[in-house]
Design a protein around this ligand. Structure first.
Ligand SMILES: [Zn+2]
Length: 166
């Protein structure tokens, strides 16, 4: 006859199992980023199409109830999307690190994308600045000829190339 009395669980073991489970999920999410994103988009789109009217009404109701809160959240999400995208792009052009390729500066606010052989102004004029520029780089599979530089190193580069600032 098996012992049916439940044994007290070892909380340390439980905690370890829980942490392992979280680590496994995190690893899966990291290695399957693209598939999960695609699946998410597809699933969201299907769900939206099926429930369009109900979702639209619910969204309008939510907004009318707390417009300031909703606007604040939208601004926060927009900023977060921008920063996530910027960090992805800076990391790509920083050779796997979100940092200046010359001096190692890693604060995102100090970093931007540099056109190694010039032509940046024209390029940005044609594709847009800020978020639009980063999005364009992602959509175009991160074209060559760019690097992550901090503003100091950009100024130093201009001096080295005799581009007017001393
Ligand atoms: Zn630098």
């Amino acid at each position: 006859m098996p012992d049916l009395v439940e044994q007290p669980r070892d909380s340390a073991v439980e905690q370890l199992t829980h942490e392992r489970r979280i680590a496994t999920r995190k690893k899966y999410r990291e290695t399957h980023k693209e598939q999960l994103r695609e699946y998410g988009h597809k699933h969201n789109l299907e769900y939206y199409q099926k429930n369009k009217e109900r979702l639209s009404l619910a969204s309008k109701t939510r907004y009318l109830r707390r417009p300031e809160e909703i606007k604040c959240r939208q601004r926060f999400l927009q900023r977060k999307r921008f920063l996530d995208r910027k960090i992805d792009v800076l990391t790509h052009y920083g050779n796997g690190k979100c940092a200046c390729v010359r001096c190692g500066e890693s604060r995102p606010a100090c970093l931007s994308i540099d056109h190694i052989n010039g032509g940046g102004t024209q390029h940005i004029k044609s594709v847009g600045i800020g978020s639009n520029f980063y999005l364009w780089l992602q959509k175009n599979d991160y074209p060559d000829g760019l690097q992550t530089l901090c503003m100091n190193c950009q100024f130093v580069k201009r001096v080295e190339n005799n581009e007017g600032i001393s």
